[in-house]
Write a protein that binds this ligand. Structure first.
Ligand code: MN
Ligand code: MN
Length: 331
């Protein structure tokens, strides 16, 4: 990646997820980036998942992170159950997002013949897919006598998985979704929706030549400790200099390209060039600006924060609120 760095000891603020090693299963493909391969991303990790038609990312939970997701392509059915036995079963299409609080049980199923491509973002840099707690992993490692006692049926336990599923097999005959049917059809619904149509939102302006569709906990109340949006930068467009007092910022280039300028204090600063599929990261409080260097192609950037109500401080606003005499002595 081309870029400029001022000062020594700066980490890289970008990572080419598109070139990261790929874990491939019959039912899907997975790439992940966290502090283990992208050291600056201490508080947020990201996963790209591509599920084949009919494949399911099996029932699981995460002990160490909440999950914020953006659908790039296709359609999924998500299931989410909370500690009060309430459930949400819903379909999410391209441009939609979901938020699963830490520890809540969930699954993701690719519908129809389209399959599904999506980005998962976790509010813990050390997160890996391998550290997820999968249902089949639990069942296949639990003592059979205890399972039989618990479920009350030897026959049922015999049919249960003998090893971890993680992502189920590709199903070429996956048809339209069957009516959701569960063993407990009377389970109450989770009162607040955990899915949200992000791309269906009215954009808010963000600097010159850019706009942002946003889902903070104001627009999307379920997402209480993460937030995000899709930023569009016109050719040459600049999201100007600013910082976030209460959140790290995780970025993924959905379309086009981006130059990420970061100010890290102590005379250290850098400019990184990001292409489609690359991740950018700005630690809490670091000054930064985003520019689309292309003269012809608009850029689309997914931006995720590890706070539900992230705050921004804009450099021009800050400067303009100070007395000129104060500024003249500072600058
Ligand atoms: Mn998950
Ligand atoms: Mn920012």
């Amino acid at each position: 990646m081309a870029g400029t760095t001022y000062g020594k000891g700066l980490p890289s603020f970008s990572y080419p997820l598109s070139k990261a090693s790929l874990t491939s299963y019959d039912g899907g493909k997975v790439k992940q980036a966290g502090s283990y391969n992208f050291p600056v991303s201490k508080n947020i990790a990201g996963v790209y998942m591509d599920l084949q038609p009919g494949a399911i990312r099996e029932l699981h939970w995460h002990a160490d992170a909440a999950e914020w997701a953006y659908m790039i392509e296709g359609k999924t059915r998500i299931t989410l159950t909370n500690p009060w036995g309430q459930v949400q079963i819903a379909e999410v299409e391209a441009g939609g997002i979901w938020f699963f609080p830490k520890g809540w049980g969930h699954s993701i199923e690719a519908l129809d013949q389209k399959g599904a491509k999506f980005i998962l973002v976790f509010n813990n840099g050390k997160f890996t897919e391998q550290s997820s707690f999968q249902l089949s992993d639990w069942i296949s490692t639990a003592p059979i006598d205890k399972l039989t006692q618990y479920f009350g049926s030897e026959q049922l336990v015999k049919q249960m998985p003998k090893k971890e599923v993680y992502i189920s097999r590709y199903n070429p005959n996956a048809g339209p979704l069957k009516t959701a049917y569960s063993l407990n059809p009377n389970a109450p619904a989770i009162p607040v929706s955990h899915i949200f149509n992000l791309l269906g939102q009215k954009p808010v302006t963000e600097g010159k030549g850019g706009s942002l569709k946003l889902a903070t906990n104001k627009e999307f109340p379920a997402s209480f400790d993460m937030s995000g949006g899709v930023m569009t930068l016109e050719p040459g467009g600049l999201r100007g200099f600013h910082w976030h007092p209460n959140a790290d910022e995780w970025q993924f280039v959905l379309k086009g390209e981006m130059e990420l300028t970061v100010f890290a204090s102590g005379g250290k600063a850098s400019v990184s060039k990001l292409n489609q599929g690359d991740i950018g990261y700005v630690p809490l409080g670091y000054g930064h600006a985003l520019k689309n260097p292309s003269t012809v192609t608009p850029a689309e950037i997914l931006i995720v924060f590890n706070a539900g109500d992230y705050q921004s401080m804009d450099l021009d606003q800050w400067i303009s609120t100070n007395p000129v005499s104060t500024l003249s002595k500072s600058l």
